[in-house]
Write a protein that binds this ligand. Sequence first.
Ligand code: NAP
Length: 251
Amino acid sequence: MDLTGRHALVTGGGRGIGRAVAAVLKTAGARVSIIGRNAASLQAAVSDDAADAFATADVADEAALSAAMQELSADQPFDIVVANAGGVETGPFMRSDAARFRRMLELNLIGTVNAFHAALPGMSERGQGRLIAIASTAGHRGYPYVSAYAAAKHAVIGLVRSLALETARTGVTVNAVCPGYTDTDMVADSLAAITAKTGRPGEQALAELVKANPQGRLIAPEEVAAAVLYLCGPASGAITGQSILINGGEF
Ligand code: NAP
């Protein structure tokens, strides 16, 4: 895969899945810009050669994200946007109030909408582009105690399916990549929360969590990144409106 000459943006590219995506796109020759809230982890990714440049913004803040994207693309527009930034809040439905649902929608859905809104006009004008959302298996099926997160990720997949139809004749493809439990801070934080709430040791909590994956393991961030890389290349031009599951055969 040769992405030389392409400019890619990865939101949440400072750590976890986003950093693996940034690194694989850079290795393929793309110029890679990353955005997140934490300047230290973004700077570390650039220093480690996983990205070329960064800016800080909260993806849920439309004006801030748009300004950061403009700054990073001032001399070269984005050919690829990977809306990866996201996060989960856990809790039973009756303890998940409307504010939690709004926070999950703001971060996971509106954060994706904001990134796509900022990049799509230029892509359509140039007649080529790749919009990719990192959704989740929780965008395809339910899981207990994450109703707000699952609702937001289902919404991301609805967005991708609809926008793909709007852009079908423009040269821009729109897809989602949907990982199962992946070995990042997000899962480490969930395991720590389970241990804190139930007293179950971390290894036991992990064993229960990976039972969801028939392969009996966590997905590696690089395995998610490999699917993103494929979607960025010229051979994937006919793939649009899809949500690709990276889940060890979970369903
Ligand atoms: P992670 O390790 O917790 O990283 C989250 C990333 O998102 C960080 O780079 C963080 O950057 C960024 N971020 C979070 N809130 C942000 C905000 N408001 N504005 C800008 N950036 C923000 O999580 P991950 O596992 O890599 O998750 C990446 C994506 O994969 C998420 O959309 C997640 O829902 C999805 N996913 C993860 C799993 C999993 O099991 N790990 C499974 C399915 C789907 P800063 O800290 O710099 O803000």
